[in-house]
Design a protein around this ligand. Structure first.
Ligand SMILES: [Zn+2]
Length: 243
């Protein structure tokens, strides 16, 4: 079997047979890869805990017919260690891994920008300098933008009229002017809309200066955006498979 090397973040694992696991990876060069780690559930496994979720690893893999096989793994960073016992960081980090997996829809389709974004976000999540909710929100907005769903928090998402605008609708891709607004649009505070733009741009000075209640409002809206796009993505995928 031909061998290749890559680096990856472990997104998810599940059991296979008695002692093996299937490891879902987001790799630097090969996008999403699912590979088998043989004997990884044995106490004396040569992989130790290196193939657990949140670990950034250097890998050697052997190409296989159904799944590639992990033959070597060296840890670069174990981000979960940085979460400590902080449950909020752990759950927010888990949402990032799930989102990364769902945005990388095609196996082995290179996704270098998504890989870099995820590594940076995990590093931030493992550091005490940032609040977990804001690291997550910023990651989600930027991951959606890289996937082609960049939200607009300034110009009207429908007609392009310069903002600021006060209506916001996930299905329309951002803020809407008074002409384009749809019934049922959210009407967040002006500070919240500014903070959403700062989270998307990674402007941490603005984020840090934002009031907690506006950041909470941001989190609800970012969750709505993400859910809308991921559900729509899944629906279009189902449609594709039926056709
Ligand atoms: Zn408009």
């Amino acid at each position: 079997m031909p061998l290749y090397r890559d680096e990856a973040v472990v997104l998810r694992t599940h059991k296979l047979g008695e002692a093996d696991r299937i490891i879902t990876l987001l790799t630097r060069q090969n996008g999403r890869v699912r590979a088998v780690a043989k004997g990884v559930r044995r106490t004396m496994s040569k992989f130790g805990s290196r193939l657990e979720p949140f670990t950034h690893v250097d890998l050697q893999l052997a190409e296989g017919r159904t799944f590639d096989v992990v033959t070597q793994a060296e840890t670069r960073a174990a981000y979960a260690a940085g979460f400590g016992n902080d449950y909020e960081r752990y759950t927010a980090g888990t949402v990032m891994l799930e989102t990364a997996e769902r945005l990388a829809t095609e196996e082995k389709e290179p996704a270098l920008a998504q890989f870099r974004l995820l590594v940076g976000a995990l590093r931030a999540m493992a550091s005490p300098d940032h609040r977990p909710g804001q690291v997550l929100d910023s990651y989600l907005l930027r991951a959606l933008a890289l996937a082609g769903y960049a939200p607009s928090f300034d110009d009207c998402a429908h007609c392009g009229r310069p903002g600021p605008h006060r209506y916001l609708n996930p299905s329309m891709g951002g803020v809407l002017c008074t002409t384009c607004r749809l019934p049922g649009s959210a009407t967040p505070s002006a500070e919240t809309v500014v903070a959403l733009g700062a989270l998307l741009a990674g402007d941490w000075d603005v984020v840090r200066a934002t009031d907690a209640r506006h950041l909470r409002e941001c989190s609800g809206l970012v969750a709505a955006f993400t859910q809308w796009h991921l559900e729509r993505g899944l629906r279009s995928l189902e449609h594709l498979e039926r056709a």
